[in-house]
Every structure is written in C-alpha cells, then in structure tokens.
Design a protein around this ligand. Structure first.
Ligand SMILES: *Cc1c(COP(=O)(O)O)cnc(C)c1O
Length: 360
C-alpha cells in the first residue's frame, strides 16, 4: 500500500525517494561498514557528504561566492538570538517587520539584545496581509532589517523580496526556502530550520554575507558566532551529521526534479488548486489577502467549527494526515512543502469537496 499524504507543518514530509535511499544506506554507507550516524564528522566519508551538500545547495540557490553557508544546530528560534548577537551591539537600532507569529517571536527575542523598532505590524488585521510598503517606518541607519518570508502559522507569504536600501536584509526562510528561486545577493543573511523543506529537525542552515561576519559582540557565546562557525566549516563542535546528510539527499532530489524553478511551478499549481476549492466552496474559508497567500502553508476553517473533529478523523481515515491548525490559531492547515506531490493535493481537495457535500 502507498503511504498516506502528510500535511504536517513541521517536521514535514520528506520525499519518499530520499527516505528509501537513506534506508538502503542506513547500516552500511557506501561500503564504509558504518551508518552515517556512526561516523566521525572529521572522517573523509563524512567530509565528502558535507562538502557535496554545501555545493548542491550553492548550486540550487545560486549562492554567490562571498556568502558562507553554515550547517548549525539549535533550530530557527536560536537564530532569533544569534542574529542580534552577531549583527548588532547592545543598544543598536534594528528594524523588524511583524507579519505573524514567527516574526513576532523574533521581535520578542531581539528586544533582549537590541533597540528593536517594529516598522509595521499586521496584527490589527489579524495577520491576514503584509502591511503596505508605504506604511513601513524604516530607519536608514538600522543595523539590519528582519522579516519572515513565509509565516508558517498564518499562511502569509512574500512573493517578492522587500527593498530596504543599503540596510542588510535578514530573512527567516524556514518554511519557504527551496520552494522557489530567490536572489540571494539581495540578502545579508538568510536562515532556515531544516524540518520544513530541507530535511529532518536538528539542522539549521544559515547563509551569511562575508562582510557581516566581523560585527559580532565580543562576549557572544563561542558556538553562536557565525565567524567561529564559518572558520571551522560548521564544525567548531560536532555538527548534526545525520541531518546534514539527509539535507544533502534532499538537495540532490530537488536538483533531479529540475531545481527551484520546477519546484516553484509545482508549488504554485498545488496551492492554487487548494485555494480555488476553498474559495469556491462556501464551506471552507481562508482569511488571507490573495496577493500574500502562502504557497507552502494553507490555513482554513470550516463553516461550522463543530465539524473540525469529524473532518480530521475522516481525513485521517482517507489517508490525509496532520491537517489540524497550529494550537495558537486552531482550524485546519495544509502544508504543501516540496515533498507533497500534486496527487496529494488532488486527494485532499476531492476529500474536502466530498466532506462539504455530506455536511454542508
Ligand atoms: C518552524 C519555524 C520556526 C521555528 O523553528 P525551530 O526550528 O522549531 O526553532 C521559526 N520560523 C519559522 C518561519 C518557522 O516556520
């Protein structure tokens, strides 16, 4: 029997081909007699895995040579602390855009270390839209400008890269990295927890422009320093070796699929199919303004919240897993990361139409 479709927001589904390859290599990687989990991170087998993963990611995203790529632990949330500690001094002014749950968590953390200015907030509109550019109160001397490219919980996504002039642009790309092409040269720093669209939990990817490495505070914890990690090939201590290996398999898979342009085409098609069914149903609804709806995470509610429990139960029985919304907002959420095939979204929309017919 084929596997059910998993709509989890994170850790999310991985490509089946990647899981199968990892399974085949589990106990004896490439004739080494060891699992990747059992290898020294300084041995030649693992160093090759690590280098190939970085080269493939650089190739996929077109990362310019003056950027370092770091493979770190701690999750995206540790970057909420690492970014201000590396890029700004105590009391320095930094700009943050508030578009939902995750960018607000980043604001809360940065306030512990810097003078944070929230340039605009979508809170009044319950995070259903990105505040209009002409409303942003940006500061041209800010040390950096932070935003979240895709709000995983609220389902709000940027479909372009904001222009903030010469201020280094810092982006939480956890739930949208690799879903479409992106011009890395527009950013000072990009970070992403792996467990949405890259691989298993436990790995965080940071892409940082060279000239920003010298800004860190003197008393920054050794392992939080981007410069330390860059100088040590992300191996200032033991890196998350297995997650790094899995990420490498995913990068190869994405390349085989045709790279980020092919991913973008699929992701646009998958999400538009789902939004169309939601909008035309009169039974389901999504509150986000069409121009900033996420391709990756589609939250929706049912006409009658009492139907949520049967919806989830029947969906599960139909092989459609993990559709409950985040505990902070309720409702439903379908996450459509790269590993979700169009067939999964077709199965979901068929189920939704059928459920609406029976309960509407
Ligand atoms: C999941 C997520 C986080 C938190 O990631 P952790 O790895 O759990 O720290 C932060 N930002 C965004 C956009 C996310 O989707």
């Amino acid at each position: 029997m084929s596997r059910p479709y998993n709509f989890s927001a994170g850790p999310g589904a991985l490509p089946e081909a990647v899981l199968e390859r990892a399974a085949a290599e589990m106990t004896n990687y490439a004739g080494s007699g060891m699992s990747v989990m059992e290898m020294s991170h300084r041995g030649k087998e693992f160093l090759k895995i690590a280098e190939e993963a970085e080269a493939d990611l650089r190739d996929l995203m077109g990362i310019p040579a003056n950027y370092k790529v770091l493979f770190l632990q701690g999750g995206a949330m540790l970057q909420f602390s690492a970014v201000p500690l590396n890029l700004a001094a105590d009391g320095d002014a930094v700009d943050y855009l508030s578009t939902g749950y995750w960018s607000d968590r980043a604001v809360t953390e940065a306030k512990r270390f810097c003078q944070v200015s929230v340039v605009a907030s979508g809170e009044a509109g319950k995070y259903t839209e990105i505040p209009a550019r002409d409303q942003w109160k940006t500061y041209k001397e800010a040390e950096y400008f932070h935003y979240c490219a895709n709000e995983t919980i609220h389902g709000v996504e940027f479909h372009d890269v904001p222009d903030v002039g010469a201020v280094p642009l810092v982006c939480d790309m956890s739930s949208t990295i690799l879903s479409r092409p992106v011009d890395v040269s527009k950013f000072g720093l990009i970070y992403a927890g792996a467990q949405k669209n890259i691989g298993p939990a436990g790995l965080t990817v940071v892409i940082v422009r060279d000239d920003l490495l010298d800004r860190a505070r003197k008393n920054i914890p050794y392992l939080l320093s981007y410069k330390t990690m860059a100088e040590n090939g992300s191996m200032a201590n033991t890196p998350p070796t297995y997650a790094w290996y899995m990420a490498g398999l995913v990068f190869k898979w994405v390349k085989e699929q045709g790279g980020l342009a092919a991913m973008a085409e699929r992701n646009r098609a998958k999400s538009s199919l789902l939004y169309k069914v939601i909008d035309e149903s009169g039974f389901y609804s999504n509150p986000v303004k069409p121009e900033c709806r996420s391709w990756m995470n589609v939250p929706f509610v049912l006409a009658d919240s009492k139907l949520e429990k049967p919806f989830l139960e029947e969906a599960k029985a139909a092989g459609l897993l993990t559709l409950a919304g985040h505990r902070s907002v309720g409702g439903m959420r379908a996450s459509l990361y790269n590993a979700m095939p169009i067939e999964g979204v077709e199965a979901l929309t068929q189920f939704m139409l059928d459920f609406a017919r029976r309960h509407g």
